[in-house]
Design a binder for this molecule. Structure first.
Ligand code: R2B
Ligand code: URA
Length: 360
């Protein structure tokens, strides 16, 4: 056994002192880091990228998103939803559940076979909400009032979660003006029942006209992701008429009431066509105005179920309607894949559906 000479001991002591000194320095750095983290001058966390938000929201503790059955005290929004980059809305719960399962495959996320996707808002009994990695999928029901409620709450959700530049999509169905049934329409401009590019909101008895601005670059990018030859159907950019009613509002002859003639109906549809309108649906103006108010990039992608120049009733066979329903989903999935991975559309991205009937 060798004994250490006093010189070696001195060296060890010296090294130990240096180690302790360096550790103390590291501890000081960590303490400073923790302190700086609490300093509002130097925020460590990213802030929400949304604009024009209601200033009173900050005072709400908790903020209860009643229809989504969520609140900011029992759910840690930044932790649970902070990674959301895409918010996809569609009319029915079943469409959005199918889309959630589809997008999961498309973006390569896997879930164990025994686990089912959970509808986060099931207990709210109004809307369905699924989260698939960075994609939120929500149902919105029919019409402006219904989509407006869920959008207020989804916009607050991404605000509280401090999501960075989330993109919103509405995927839906519509009636076509002159275009072949099954055509996919990306809305260039959303018009209300008076053909104005506005969404009217009555606040304390006063009508306010809010612009229905949609992101033109996003619309063009979506259009560029279509492949008419490969897809077997057209994808077009055009104006969308948004009505508050499916029957008289869309100039149908098959509602419970009708006080105009078939000639007047056709004259109206011709006028739409001449104004550049290619489809009619019921949520685009509310969707466009609420998203643009919050500076959110957004797009409306709807398939046409019929050509309104040829009739009013939706009489295509269920299997065809199911196939139509998948078309906006395929396009939006291509966009999401490309945004996430920079990939072109997958060869296998055609979506085989079951036939359980869902066409809102
Ligand atoms: C399209 O289809 C629904 C009406 O059947 C409505 O939600 C819309 O915009
Ligand atoms: N949705 C509508 O709002 N109108 C149609 O004609 C078809 C679907």
């Amino acid at each position: 056994m060798t004994t250490k000479c006093s010189k070696d001991i001195e060296k060890d002591v010296c090294e130990l002192k240096a180690m302790v000194k360096s550790q103390n320095k590291r501890i000081d750095e960590l303490i400073k880091h923790i302190k700086d983290g609490c300093n509002p001058e130097e925020p460590q966390e990213l802030e929400s990228t949304l604009g024009n938000m209601n200033p009173y929201i900050e005072c709400l503790n908790p903020d209860i998103l009643y229809h989504l059955n969520l609140d900011t005290v029992t759910t840690d929004f930044p932790k649970v939803f902070g990674d959301v980059r895409f918010v996809c809305l569609g009319g029915t719960e079943s469409r959005m559940e199918k889309f959630a399962n589809y997008i999961m495959k498309e973006i390569g996320l896997k879930m164990s076979q025994s686990v089912q996707l959970k509808n986060i808002s099931a207990e709210g009994h109004r809307y369905a909400l699924y989260k698939v990695g960075p994609v939120l999928c929500a149902s919105h029901g029919i019409g402006g009032p219904s989509i407006s409620i869920v959008l207020h709450e989804l916009i607050k959700l991404v605000f509280h979660a401090k999501c960075q530049d989330p993109v919103f999509f509405r995927m839906g169905t519509s009636g076509g003006i002159t275009v072949e049934p099954g055509t996919v329409v990306i809305t260039s401009e959303a018009l209300d029942g008076q053909l104005r590019p506005v969404h009217e909101v009555v606040v304390q008895t006063q009508p306010q006209l809010r612009p229905t601005t949609l992101d033109q670059d996003l619309a063009k990018t979506l259009r560029s992701l279509s492949n008419p030859c490969g897809d077997g159907y057209d994808t077009v950019l055009g104006k969308t008429l948004c009505t508050n009613d499916f029957y008289e509002g869309q100039s149908r002859l098959d509602g419970a009431f009708c006080d105009y003639t078939p000639e007047k109906k056709m004259a109206f549809l011709e006028k739409l066509s001449q104004s550049g309108v290619v489809n009619i649906e019921m949520e685009s103006t509310a969707f466009a105005s609420l998203t643009s108010q919050a500076n959110i990039r957004a797009a409306v992608v709807c398939v046409t179920l019929l050509n309104r120049m040829e009739g009013d009733q939706i009489d295509a066979p269920p299997a065809r309607l199911k196939d139509y329903d998948t078309r906006p989903q395929i396009l939006i999935a291509r966009y999401i894949r490309k945004a996430m991975y920079g990939e072109p559309p997958a060869e296998d991205s055609s979506y085989t559906c079951d036939c359980s009937g869902d066409q809102n």
